[in-house]
Design a protein around this ligand. Structure first.
Ligand code: ACO
Length: 376
């Protein structure tokens, strides 16, 4: 190695910046948005309230909440040029690719003042409102469902379900999705938020930052894990097979998706809440087999690896029971996390310093340049 640097692989435990948005207490298993415990927010607030809290740093009054709901409802329609681009995506495209490309395209049809600097809160609201529309428009076309309408009277959670399923969701289903959206809204300096902040730290625009974040969330070690959890359950089929299937995967040095976390050393508080919702929705549907399978997997993984579940373990079972196709799970995550990404980008613009770490160079330094016709 050239120089004296110490490498923190994966930037583990590196404190890269100060933030006032989210605090994770990995030892106590607590998650705090702007000072408020996620358990209180999940039990008592709505996604719109949480988005307001993340963006403005305080809970809204009733009037401010109504105004935000009206604003989001009014921003759901895509410009025709962007809608046409979504309609040209191949039906077999990965919905995360659709989202990434559509957000990137949307930037070209939006007013400049919503894009960079503190005033880009307008862009934050526009993107938050637009993501369910992009997903709904794409999914409805590939599934042969009727064309999407903006439905400004619906809450963000209800609109997301309506956009994806073309149903009038029950209050319980809306509550389940709302809680999932609240729990996924922010999570400190996770990989996708870091990607968004790195992009913003170059003074690039909000849409570019969110495009970076969507590409980062797509990976199975981050947002893509809940889809893989359902593949595991499909293989296990009955709780008595959990042990043998998990053992076989561990023997091949495979990771069990939905377990482990970089920050939590105890159970992820989001998993605790989603486990309850998985049971609740299962009981309401008279189908708790996913819940039973997941409990069985939890026992084996704890016994074999001492690993706790993370947010991705139970979310997929809830979405599946609601009728959401597996490849839309990570996009639902994005439809929530966009509120956190944009809050972080706004914070970055407010206290800007180019994020540019260094690497420890471990390659050669004294190579002699060989002209091309002398190389073998
Ligand atoms: N299954 C099996 N082994 C695991 C798992 C797992 N889910 N998670 C960690 N380990 C093991 C690793 O193999 C490693 O063992 P080793 O030291 O013998 O090689 C050890 O635990 C430490 O793992 P790291 O990857 O160094 O821990 P890190 O903090 O980097 O990983 C991560 C965190 C990526 C989330 C990891 O736990 C994982 O891959 N989990 C599965 C994917 C997943 O559920 N991702 C969603 C995370 S939450 C979110 O992003 C929304």
């Amino acid at each position: 190695m050239v120089g004296e640097s110490t490498v923190q692989k994966g930037l583990q435990d590196v404190v890269a910046l100060e933030s006032r948005i989210t605090f994770i207490d990995g030892k106590q298993g607590r998650l705090i948005y702007r000072g408020y415990d996620i358990r209180d927010l999940a039990a008592q607030s709505t996604f719109e309230e949480v988005a307001y809290l993340l963006w403005y740093g305080r809970l809204p009054t009733a009037a401010q909440l109504t105004e935000l709901r009206t604003t989001l409802g009014g921003l759901r329609t895509l410009p025709p040029e962007a809608a046409a681009i979504v309609d040209r995506m191949p039906k077999n495209a990965n919905p995360m690719d659709v989202l990434r490309t559509a957000v990137s395209a949307l930037a070209m049809f939006e007013p400049g003042e919503t894009k960079t600097g503190p005033s880009s809160i307008g862009g934050a609201q526009r993107l938050t409102a637009a993501l369910p529309t992009i997903l709904g428009q794409f999914h409805r076309r590939r599934a042969g469902l009727p064309k999407l309408r903006a439905r400004p009277e619906l809450s963000h959670a209800a609109y997301l379900l309506y956009a994806l399923l073309d149903t009038e969701p029950s209050p319980l289903d809306v509550n389940a999705i709302d809680v999932a959206l609240i729990l996924h809204a922010d999570h400190e300096l996770n990989a996708s938020t870091f990607a968004a902040r790195v992009t913003a730290s170059t003074l690039s625009d909000l849409y570019s930052a969110v495009t970076s974040a969507i590409g980062t969330l797509k990976g199975p070690l981050h947002g893509g894990a809940n889809e893989r959890v359902m593949e595991l359950l499909d293989e296990i089929k009955t709780p008595d097979r959990a042990e043998s299937v998990v053992h076989a995967r561990l023997a091949k040095h495979e990771r069990i998706m939905g377990f482990g976390h970089r920050v939590y050393r105890v159970e992820d508080p989001r998993a605790t809440i989603l486990r309850e919702w998985s049971r609740k929705i299962g009981e309401e549907r008279k189908d708790i087999h996913y819940y039973d399978l997941l409990r069985a997997v939890e026992l084996v993984v704890m016994k074999e690896k001492g690993l706790y579940p993370n947010v991705d373990l139970y979310s997929g079972s809830i979405y599946t029971l609601l009728g959401v196709p597996h490849d839309l799970f990570t996009p639902i995550f994005a439809a929530s996390r966009v509120s956190g990404w944009t809050a972080h980008v706004l914070e970055e613009y407010d206290d800007l310093r180019l994020i540019r770490p260094t690497s420890a160079y471990v390659g050669p330094t004294d190579q002699r340049y060989v002209p091309i016709d002398e190389r073998s």
